[in-house]
Write a protein that binds this ligand. Sequence first.
Ligand code: NAD
Length: 368
Amino acid sequence: MKIAIPTETQVGESRVAASPDTVKAFVKKGAEVVVQAGAGKGASIPDDAFAAVGAKIVPSGFGDADVVLTVRRPSGELLSSLKRGAILMGGLEPYGDKAGLDAIAASGATAFAMELMPRITRAQSMDILSSQANLAGYKAVIDAAFHFTRAFPMMMTAAGTVPAAKVFIMGVGVAGLQAIATARRLGGIVSATDVRKATEEQVKSLGAKFVYADIADAATSGGYAKELSAEDKAKQAALVAAHVRTQDVIITTALIPGRPAPVLITQEMVESMKPGSIIVDLAVERGGNCPLSRPDEIVEHHGVKIVGTVNLAGKLAGNASPLFAKNLMNFLDLMIKDGALKIDDADECIKGTMIARDGALVHPMFGA
Ligand code: NAD
């Protein structure tokens, strides 16, 4: 079995889909591992570190690989070079790009989009969304603190008191919970909101205030949120509008799978905030929770900075890569039986993530 780790080709992507630990584990299982030269550079993993645990460093050429592991969707060039039936596994970005999916199907690979991993306990160790969102939530607060012209903690000095920053986290999934914890550690006064009622206890257990409109619980059985009714959207917007104008820093993380991100902070709300306030919109890649945010831009509006950095987890590639790599390894382990690849179609995690096979799209959500 030959496992290949190509260098990521998407602009700004610093992560790599393997770590020395995962390569070592693959080699121990009898696999031949090839890593493209320089693949780990952005994550501060030199070629030598991969070679030291048994990987072969190659300039390119993965046409004979049985398994190709990637962080993001591979380039057309790599897709067209794959062996028919090769396993392709990674963050294949399945939403909103049918042509991209068709290209994956046309490669003839058996392709798994890790974003579609079911939200079941057994799948936690294979969940790239969780491992990456956790880091993104942390980095969002650090970036907010960097752009904020004031301090987070309260400081009492002989020259006067510095008030604590008021930080509001919108969307309390994996990223939001880490953002709450990070903002609390920095000394902010933290509040948070979500549309899933179960989050109230989690927010309170982290020492933050829960802000919740009287709306129907929007949790789905899959652990995600669904879109609110028009009436509930209006109730939530009224509550948020009143709260937002008193806040210094807002981190928005709200997502609904397969849908554009919900608009939570309108232009009017931004204009109600104090100059110098910061919004970090983690949902910017999916349209944004604030209509003013722009991918990879810092937009200044009425003195409020709206930070739209995409791929925040990728900015911590040194941590994000080993976690991502471990998620992939745990998933691939499901398909290795006695040193050989065997895909169990009945497995919930395999069925839930397989998007293409034998030249066709096979997932019910994406054109099968
Ligand atoms: P997500 O990234 O899809 O969304 C982020 C948050 O935004 C969610 O908490 C969601 O409820 C919230 N949101 C959506 N619309 C909103 C709105 N209009 N206003 C405010 N908030 C809104 O979610 P996530 O981080 O992936 O996590 C969702 C849940 O799944 C969490 O409870 C998490 O613990 C759970 N989870 C379970 C597993 C597992 O069991 N394998 C793995 C990962 C996450």
